[in-house]
Design a protein around this ligand. Sequence first.
Ligand code: NAD
Length: 499
Amino acid sequence: MRLAGRRAAHRLGMQIADRLPSGPAPSDEVQMSQYTLTVDGKAVGTDSTFGVVNPATGEVFEQAPQCTREQLDAAMRSSAAAYRGWRTDESARREVLRAAAGVLTGAVDELASILTAEQGKPLAEARREAASTATWCRYYADLDLPREVIQDNDQAYVEVTRRPLGVVAAITPWNYPLSLAMWKIAPALMAGNTMVLKPSPFTPLATLRMGELLARVLPPGVLNVVAGGDELGPWMTGHEIPRKISFTGSVATGKRVASAAAPDLKRVTLELGGNDPAILLDDVDPAAIAQRLFWAAFRNNGQVCSAVKRVYVPERLYDDVAEALAAQARSVRVGDGAEAGTELGPLNNKPQLARVAELVENAIAAGAKPVTGGRALDRPGYFYEPTILVGVQDGTRIVDEEQFGPVLPIIPYRDLDDAIERSNATHFGLSGSVWSADADRAAAVAARLECGTAWVNTHLVLQPHQPFGGAKWSGIGVENGPWGLYGFTEIQVLHRSKL
Ligand code: NAD
């Protein structure tokens, strides 16, 4: 069945790409894709495809299937049909999620190499991301779905239960396509929902392959995976079937998703952008923290929603901190993520490279100086030198906006209260951190940060049992932990009178 579906998909994929997403490179030849949509448990081909670029070369290396509106309708209907049975048997869902974890564990190498080719990250990191999908499946397979008795007396027995919502439309970005998809899939399915999932057009392939693999163990329709260009997201958010939209991406798109959900009162979880501050207190040892702080900012080339994006440093330590971070940046091996020893790959896409370069130029024009870096690498692909900027002030774009790239502005402060205030003086509120030799003192400062996660002497530690979400414009709702599961449910009260 699957093989026949795949052959059919190859035939259908041999068409001229006519509608293309704005991001990836267009293809003007007759193309085929070895990847398929997953609709109703089957591998489904499409009439057209779009090119996927390897950011380490800047060249299209593969075609992705482009979903039509009719195919999206079929996916939505299939998820709606599957929901009726899937929601009824909690222990079957747990078994299926455990089986899914097994399938994903067996596919780590395959998924990782696809991910590195389309996303750019080093293979070792891609492996960690692929392996984390199984960890999330296992975590949710074992997580309790509580029924809480809130009253049991002469008057009444009152119980609160959590029911699934229905079909979930899930939309993900290009920085962590596999893990961010699984942060949605595992809790949504565990709670009894079904899902139609759409990856970013910049990184559709690993997610499509994950959908193909999971179709081996999931009942048809429980997880449909589609891919396409810029039109596909709005088709999903405006579709009449989903009862919830779970979205991870930028603030600007998140606002569009919220408006699209409003007329139908679809539930939304929005995991949006961040501009995380790290505040260093006056007792830190720059040499001791430099490596951890550097990687908290530069992991995945800074393309992490909750990476450190600005560092506030007491004036006395300013030069030492900047130099210690610059030494880290100079020592990092930048290259093709597929090559052994690469520590930082390219940026994921051309517009993102252009944005990072523009923000650095803007900062330099305003008086900032790169201690190291400050330019794109002179080679094919979307490479930018890891950059440490000094002489930067609040009010500069690189400080006020989310750079989402390998550039870190270091900002001096004299007064700690003022630094906290400046850290909070933004619409963002995803996370932040405080660094000190005195963890209690740092924790007291961290508690004053207006954000979803406040770390002490670390940053960017994300775990399946730890809720993650943003304050202010950084999001609505949370993912992970039991709270992530509850986000895919709504409460039902069962009130039995005893009178
Ligand atoms: P993006 O908002 O451009 O795109 C995200 C997804 O939305 C993609 O799949 C895209 O195709 C889709 N989309 C685009 N327009 C849409 C529309 N009108 N309706 C519905 N869907 C639409 O974001 P990106 O550039 O892919 O990702 C980077 C951003 O994501 C950064 O701002 C980053 O901070 C954020 N992010 C947040 C988290 C988090 O958990 N808070 C995690 C990772 C990334």
